[in-house]
Design a protein around this ligand. Structure first.
Ligand code: C5P
Length: 401
C-alpha cells in the first residue's frame, strides 16, 4: 500500500556502494507515492553518484556535511533528525552498519541516526563474503535488537562477479518496505478538499461585506484529515490562522474566487468538506472609487453568490460531499432539508443559538446527519470534534462502498 507514504517525511541516507545508483530510482518511487525526501550522502557515496543527481530527483538540496555552517543554517542536523518520520539508509555499506552498531557519530548520517526518534531502516548492499562475515552479522544482530528494520538483501549476481546474498533490494521493493513502516490512517491516499473561513465581498476599493467566521473548524478538520493520511487542499478565505503542516493551502478572498479554487481542486477530490461561511450575496457592482457619503440613505444592490458545495455535489463524478449548517432554530429539520436540496452525503449542524460554541470559539458540538441516520458529537475542542467527524466520514464512505 504505497499510499501510506502520502506526505511522509523520509531521510534517505546513501552510503558508499555501487548500489547507490538504485537510490536515484528509489527517490522517484518514494516521491511518486507522495513522500517528501531529503537525501544525506556520506563522502564515499559521492564517489559513486553525484549529489546533483539526487538533488534534482528529491527536489531538495543534498546534505553532505556535519560541519558546514551554510547547510546547518538552512536545515541543521537536529532539525533534520526531528523532521524525519523514517530514516532509510540505502545502500547501507558494511562500514556504515558497523558505525551504526557502535553508535559512532563521525559524519552527518550517523549523527542523524543517533539524534532522531524516527524509525531507522537499512538496506544492506555488499559483497556476499562480507555479508557472511561474523563481524557484520554480529553488528546486524545488535541493530535488529534496537528495532532497526533490515530490508533485504537479495541474492543473485553481484557487481564484483560473485553470486550470492548481498544485493540491495530493488527500488520498488524498498519503497513498499518503507510504506509498511507506517500505519494506515482511515483516509490514507484520499484527496480531501476543504473550504474554510469567511469570504469578503468588495463594495469599493476599501470596503467589503463579510462575517465573523474564524476558520478554526475548517483548519482543525484539515489537520485531522492530514493525520488520517489524506492529501489535503485547504481553500481558505481571509483568516488569521497559521497554515497547518503537510497540506496545500489556497488563499482566496471572494465567493467567486472560492468557487473557482474549489472547482479546480475538486477535479481529483475523493472528499469535499465545505466549512466556509460563504457570503450569500455580493454587491452587484464593485465601485471603482471609494463610495462617498452624500445622501442620508444608501441602498446597496446585491446579487446571489453561487452555492459552492451544491455546485460540487451536482457533478456527475462527485466526491463524497459534506456540508455544514449553522442554524438558530429547528436545527435538524433545516439540516435535513439542506442535505436533500444540495445533494450532500452528510451535513454537520451547528446550533449557533448556543453561546458556548461556534464561530469564534475553540469549542464546538455537532449533530451529524446523513440519509439514513444521525449522530451527536458532544461539546469538545474543535480538534477533538474534527477527529470524530473525520472518523465518521471514513465510516460512511466504507458503508457506501
Ligand atoms: O445554505 P447555507 O449557507 O446554510 O449552507 C451552508 C453550507 O453550504 C456550508 O457547508 C457552506 O460552506 C456551504 N455554502 C457554499 N456556498 C455558498 C453558501 C454555502 O458552499 N454560497
Amino acid at each position: 500500500m504505497l499510499a501510506r507514504l502520502t506526505h511522509k517525511r523520509i531521510v534517505l541516507g546513501v552510503s558508499g556502494g555501487i548500489a547507490a545508483y538504485k537510490s536515484a530510482e528509489l527517490i522517484r518511487r518514494l516521491r511518486d507515492a507522495g513522500a517528501e525526501v531529503q537525501v544525506v550522502m556520506t563522502a564515499a557515496a559521492q564517489q559513486f553518484i553525484t549529489p546533483l543527481t539526487l538533488q534534482a530527483l528529491s527536489g531538495n538540496p543534498v546534505h553532505t556535511d556535519l560541519l558546514d555552517p551554510s547547510a546547518e543554517a538552512a536545515m541543521g542536523h537536529i532539525e533534520l533528525a526531528r523532521w524525519a518520520d523514517l530514516i532509510l539508509i540505502a545502500p547501507a555499506s558494511a562500514d556504515c552498519i558497523a558505525r551504526l552498531a557502535q553508535g559512532i557519530a563521525n559524519d552527518l548520517l550517523t549523527t542523524l541516526c543517533l539524534a532522531t526518534k524516527a524509525q531507522l531502516a537499512i538496506a544492506p548492499a555488499m559483497n556476499q563474503q562480507m555479508w557472511a562475515a561474523p563481524a557484520l552479522q554480529a553488528n546486524l544482530t545488535v541493530l535488529r535488537e534496537r528495532r532497526v528494520a533490515v530490508f533485504g538483501p537479495a541474492a543473485g549476481a553481484q557487481a564484483c562477479g560473485d553470486v550470492g546474498e548481498g544485493r540491495m533490494l530493488e527500488a520498488v521493493e524498498l519503497a513498499s518496505r518503507c510504506a509498511d513502516c507506517f500505519e494506515t490512517g482511515v483516509l490514507t491516499g484520499q484527496h480531501v478538499v476543504i473550504t474554510a473561513g469567511p469570504t469578503r465581498e468588495a463594495l469599493d476599493p476599501v470596503r467589503y461585506l463579510s462575517n465573523h467566521s474564524s476558520g478554526k473548524m475548517g483548519f482543525s478538520i484539515a489537520r485531522a484529515c492530514v493525520e488520517a493520511g489524506a492529501r489535503v487542499t485547504l481553500i481558505a478565505g481571509p483568516v488569521n490562522l497559521p497554515t497547518p503542516e503537510r497540506l496545500v493551502r489556497v488563499d482566496v478572498v471572494s465567493a467567486l474566487d472560492m468557487l473557482a479554487a474549489a472547482l479546480a481542486a475538486s477535479q481529483s477530490a475523493d472528499i469535499f468538506i465545505a466549512t466556509a461561511a460563504v457570503a450569500d450575496y455580493r454587491p452587484e457592482a464593485v465601485a471603482a472609487q471609494k463610495i462617498k457619503k452624500s445622501s442620508e440613505m444608501l441602498t446597496l444592490a446585491l446579487v446571489r453568490n453561487p452555492d459552492i458545495v451544491a455546485t460540487i455535489a451536482a457533478h456527475e463524478n462527485k466526491p463524497f460531499v459534506v456540508g455544514f449548517a449553522a442554524e438558530t432554530e429547528k436545527v435538524l429539520e433545516h439540516a435535513r432539508e439542506k442535505l436533500l436540496r444540495k445533494h450532500l452525503d452528510m451535513v454537520a449542524c451547528n446550533d449557533v443559538a448556543r453561546s458556548d460554541i461556534g464561530f469564534q470559539s475553540d469549542d464546538n458540538a455537532l449533530t451529524v446527519i446523513w440519509k439514513e441516520g444521525s449522530q451527536v458529537l458532544e461539546k469538545a475542542s474543535k480538534s477533538v470534534i474534527a477527529r470524530q467527524l473525520v472518523a465518521m466520514i471514513a465510516q460512511r464512505i466504507k458503508a457506501d462502498n
